[in-house]
Design a protein. Structure first.
Length: 374
């Protein structure tokens, strides 16, 4: 006799939950969470930032996510579990949210992994929302849409501009900690201004350029530049990469991280390639989408570049197609699993700027990144 398998009902993030629940978000990297919290506020969501994973969070992630899955999944799951464990809020006022990207990657399955971890750790009543397509209608009250994408583009450009100035000055600062202080100060000011709109945030960016230019520093002795590239979370998350940036700084080097926006901007090329190779049913739609998305990116990039030009060590942001052309003869541009063509594209872009040393970071099981990096 066949046994019937009972389907367990998932908790739903309803439309009423938008105002009622605090939504805990894990880290891509801490500053990225800050901009996401601001965007959430603009869209009417109360997003809660959690600290970058400590040892307890890492152990929780390992306990409830099996070792065969990638480290970013373990890390983010651990951050969420620890935040729920330590929360003093009523549980019916809490939810968690995850990013859904990279359809050819295990990152697409984080929802299932986190659901399993929540259920097994006693948080089976906590709903999960994502920024992806909600095929099972488990978060009808969490719809980000085009407004989120535009706000995220604007905020990431601001964050990338701040981070670039930080990484150019910090290895040479005369007063230790001053650059980081300016960086954090203008991240806070910028996001406060962004609540009112793009123009106020851009005005703060102008002030930030002046502030970074004024930081006393000495570049008479140039330090060796080390490029850091790899899987996006391990690249930027300080726990995931064992504080690699600080390690390089403390050992007399100048670490360079690529702009985080490029990870999302690569979609312009990916859709173009999908149209060229007819990967989807309607290649013309991919071609038009790529064209329009490119226009949108470039419109906001020009606004920020105009301000960044006043930074003393300004280096123009390369066009995303320029990055993809870097890999011609090395890798097919249609290869976009993991970071795909973007990873060698960023390496070659840095080589063109004189970088000779690289640290390529990726999770143990992320085979596409291992192939791209090598």
């Amino acid at each position: 006799m066949q046994s019937k398998i009972k389907e367990k009902k998932q908790p739903i993030f309803t439309k009423a939950d938008k105002k009622r629940r605090k939504v805990i978000i894990p880290n891509l990297y801490p500053e990225f969470s800050v901009i996401n919290q601001t965007i959430g506020k603009k869209l009417g969501y109360n997003l809660v930032i959690v600290p970058a994973a400590n040892e307890e969070a890492v152990e929780l992630g390992k306990k409830y996510v099996h070792n065969d899955i990638c480290f970013p999944a373990q890390l983010n799951t651990g951050e969420l579990l620890l935040a729920l464990k330590n929360s003093t809020e009523d549980r019916d006022k809490l939810a968690v949210a995850l990013s859904k990207k990279c359809n050819a990657c295990r990152a697409l399955q984080y929802f299932v992994l986190v659901r399993k971890a929540l259920d097994e750790s006693g948080f089976e009543d906590i709903p999960i929302a994502t920024n992806g397509t909600d095929l099972e209608d488990v978060h009808p009250g969490f719809k980000l849409g085009i407004r989120y994408n535009i706000y995220a583009l604007q905020a990431m450009l601001y964050l990338d501009a701040l981070y670039d100035m930080r990484q150019r000055i910090i290895p040479y600062e005369l007063k230790k900690g001053e650059t980081e202080e300016v960086f954090k100060d203008y991240l806070t000011k910028g996001m406060k201004a962004f609540e009112k709109g793009l123009s106020p945030m851009l005005n703060v960016l102008k002030e930030a350029v002046v502030a970074f230019n004024k930081i006393p520093h000495d570049r008479n002795v140039k330090k060796p530049v080390v490029g850091i590239v790899g899987e996006i979370l391990v690249n930027y998350h300080p726990t995931a990469n064992y504080n690699l940036v600080n390690y390089l700084l403390e050992n007399g080097m100048e670490p360079w991280l690529p702009p985080i926006l490029d990870f999302f901007r690569q979609e312009v090329v990916n859709m173009e390639e999908a149209a060229k190779h007819k990967f989807n049913t309607y290649p013309l739609v991919d071609r038009i989408s790529s064209y329009l998305l490119g226009i949108l990116f470039n419109y906001y990039i020009r606004k920020v570049e105009k301000i960044r030009k006043d930074f003393i060590y300004f280096s123009p942001k390369p066009d995303i197609r320029e990055l993809s052309h870097n890999v011609e003869g090395i890798m097919e541009q249609a290869f976009n699993s993991g970071e795909g063509w973007l990873l060698p594209g960023e390496i070659i872009a840095m080589i063109k700027k004189g970088v000779k040393s690289f640290v390529i970071v990726q999770p143990f099981g992320c085979l596409p990144n291992h192939i791209s990096g090598r």
